[in-house]
Write a protein that binds this ligand. Sequence first.
Ligand code: NAD
Length: 470
Amino acid sequence: MAFALTIDGKPAPASETFAVIDPATGREFAQCPLATVAQLDQAVAAARAAFPGWAALPIEQRAAALNAIADALAAECDDLAALLSQEQGKPVRSAAGEIQGSIHWIRTTAGFRPEIERIDQADGSRAEIHRKPLGVVGSITPWNFPVMIAIWHVMPALLAGNTVVLKPSPSTPLATLRMVEIANRHLPAGVWNVVTGDVEIGSGIAKHPGIDKVVFTGSTPTGRAIMRDGAANLKRLTLELGGNDAAIVLPDADVEAIAPQIFQYAFGNSGQICAAIKRVYVHDTLHDALAERLAELAAAAKVGPGSDPETHYGPVQNRRQFDYVRTLADDARAQGGRFLAGGEPLAGDGYFFPLSIVVDVTDGHRIVDEEQFGPVLPLIRYSDVEDVLARANASENGLGGSVWSADVSRAAALAQRLECGTAWVNSHSKISPDVPFGGAKQSGIGVEFGMHGLDEYMQLQIVRLPAEAA
Ligand code: NAD
């Protein structure tokens, strides 16, 4: 299968390629074209040239193009899902779910319409708030949901009238290249370009004087680098970064009812979700029962290659992350942590780590303090609710958090005291295309989704009119 960059509406040849690894085997399965810095410049130039025409279209026409892209992706869902599964590792049906979720996101986003707001003044004059596109948006995506996150970045950018240069993660570039190729059949040339590469091209985007805004999803250190690089031309930034979400289980929670849900929100996508449950604080009275139930669920889950229809959970996506998860698991054991399920990599090739439950760990241990971004879940005992709230909040991250209880209003009151962008009650990780989502503290800047998310792709322009115009 041949893959190409898309620059100015056309496939762009690449003189160099790099290997894409199948995480289920640890071996190369495809070569991906590698963009040069000159090709990044060409992509930015194409996006700049396409910007005035695209921005001038009535929003209904841009929305129609988005819906046409959704239809085209739906028609190619099976092929895209197979490719996504092979490069990312997730089961084929989860990959299909990612494509279908992306389509749902496109259609919802296409329905948003920014309005002109009007503020009447006491002297009879009027201020109007208009929203204008920013220009060229650079999008840099990670490897956990490559297709979905690209859609989250690019669709509101395009609807608002911006043009885009996208760079996928070098670990998972292929489904993204294919998606952009398909989308370009429904867009004017230059509106959506895609280049590949890693730090050089990523920081090239962040520094580029022809790019007005960067939207980035990935790790917090890379977010900091993008902020530094983007300072050159005061780029607008939306940063969705790491999380270390706490779930607090109150003593009145029903263990049988909540265990499968906590399990699902911790281990979905093999734990590689930014807003997954990453540490569970359980009241002393429930600790052992919940730990035992979660361990049973973990032991019953089938971890395997994404191509096997029996597989529930795929491998860790890449070698570096796999080694990191193993290091955190080893450290937990060295600190006296007890694994009730998993704890050691599975034998054989591929980056397979079993779903793992570890107890007898606490704050100050790496598995609790750091973001594992993989299938190892620590359970931490507590006895005092005020104390556990302070421990949950003692993190530089603040993406999400949750409180689990039979008393929803008590849980909601506590959830509001979590220092995070989204606080869930008796659930976690749930997101919707019309509800804003973003991180507090060092988990990010700005929000995605909904009208608040769309606003991040637009510049407010205030038009002040004299009294006689009002
Ligand atoms: P990463 O930061 O290593 O890489 C993400 C992207 O940035 C890749 O495309 C990479 O090539 C590019 N990049 C690397 N260095 C760069 C630089 N100096 N300048 C510009 N771009 C650069 O992250 P990752 O390992 O792909 O993803 C895992 C991390 O992403 C986890 O920390 C996770 O929590 C976070 N994440 C956050 C969210 C969210 O919405 N908050 C969602 C998914 C993942």
